[in-house]
Design a protein. Structure first.
Length: 118
């Protein structure tokens, strides 16, 4: 099925931000929903190139806030994730699998991508 120009544009907007790429990479590894706290810890660890246990509280709070208020709403709009705000869990959405091969291609070349967003 061919994607609309808007869908392609949205996909590249999502992939342009390293935090959102890390979210996609992590969710691609998960079979079941993950908590916001666990997602924030993993993404913060990738983003700071550290061990999940070594992420300091301030960085973790900042990442959790950014995910909750910025990144997860963008994903929800594109159906890449299903986000249950009551249980604070995130799972892959209907559009995730449709675009997973693109996410994986980008992941394979993450080392040549710029660290910051556009």
């Amino acid at each position: 099925m061919a994607l609309s120009t808007e869908a392609v544009t949205n996909t590249f907007r999502i992939l342009a931000d390293p935090v959102r790429r890390y979210v996609l990479y992590y969710l691609d590894e998960q079979e079941t929903p993950v908590s916001l706290d666990r997602l924030a810890t993993r993404v913060a660890a990738w983003h700071t190139d550290s061990d999940p246990d070594a992420v300091d509280d301030a960085t973790l709070t900042e990442m959790r806030t950014a995910l909750y208020h910025v990144h997860l709403p963008k994903f929800s709009e594109t159906d890449y994730i299903e986000w249950d705000t009551d249980s604070r869990t995130i799972r892959r959405g209907p559009s995730f699998d449709e675009n997973a091969s693109l996410f994986r291609l980008v992941a394979d070349h993450e080392d040549v991508l710029p660290a910051g967003g556009p």
